[in-house]
Design a protein around this ligand. Sequence first.
Ligand code: ZN
Ligand code: ZN
Length: 361
Amino acid sequence: MARKLKFSPKINMPGPGLFDLDGDIAPSTPIPTPEATPIPDLNDPGLAGLDFTINIKAPGQQNRPSAEIDRIAIDTARLNATDSILFMSFGSGSSGNCSYIGGRTGGFLIDAGVDIDKVRDGLKANGLSLDHIKGVCLTHDHSDHMRYAYTLVRKHRHIGIYCTPRAMNGILRRHNVSRRIKDYHTAIYKEIPFTIGNFTITAFEVMHDGSDNAGFYVQHDDRGFAIATDLGCISDRADHYMRQADYLMIESNYDLNMLLFGSYPEYLKSRIRNVNGHLDNKVTAEYLAKIYTQRLRYVFLCHLSRDNNTPEAALAASRQALEGIGLKVGNGLNTPEDNAANVQLIALPRFDCSPLFSLRP
Ligand SMILES: [Zn+2]
Ligand SMILES: [Zn+2]
């Protein structure tokens, strides 16, 4: 499970989950093998009829042979709105996490830790609805990521829950949730791709103190979106997926000084800094500078601590690191300055909905 750590200037002390005192316990029922449960695809009746955005490969996007061609292709693709992957966050942090990835006519959620009404309103404000949501992928069983999962699927029965069997067991064991949630569960397995609509998604291991914590690598057309929230360090598999992403949602949880000199009790400070805890702004920033290639277009900093971080501190750390390697860093706005930038850097709001981002190739 835990592999060699590539980026982990961390103290390493075992401890229970940040939100669950009983820690990560082995599941009480055997985990089925990947072969035992079919991975869903578009032939699945429950997923049939999805009508996602038609994606037309922009000229010059088949390969990325040089910076020149890449820039020409970006400008061309920008004209074609239907070619964009849409992304929106409805909340990010320990108060609740949920985000949308998809197109104009369909997509899915990552996590279900935000009130459904808020998600519905956020989608509606951008011309989308919960009818467009075909599934919700859960990263792990901490309540800020799954609190509204059952409410969501019970009220919108076309939505399936995608998580690993161990994560589902963790939800049932740790939370007061009806066992009927299992009726909506599609078992997924790390490193085995599955599809929702015309998105191919691969869960990967991240180190955290929930049950069977996952990141996701979402592929659509020739582009990839890596999601890595709630991780105490950047292990090999997380690194593998993040460094090939065009778009990246990565945790930037705390400012070390704010944490060290803040009001949290020592045991909690240790748990946050643990390799199975959360990511330090500085670690995230240095990592971004280390993996940057021209392919990386958007970075969304997520899960900022309310008490031990500020959006300004998180953004400043990553901006400084990226500018330190000579990049122009944009703010994700559609200004001429941002359009000329190498990479867009955005801190996701903790409580509010973000704008709907139309992610350019
Ligand atoms: Zn969390
Ligand atoms: Zn967590």
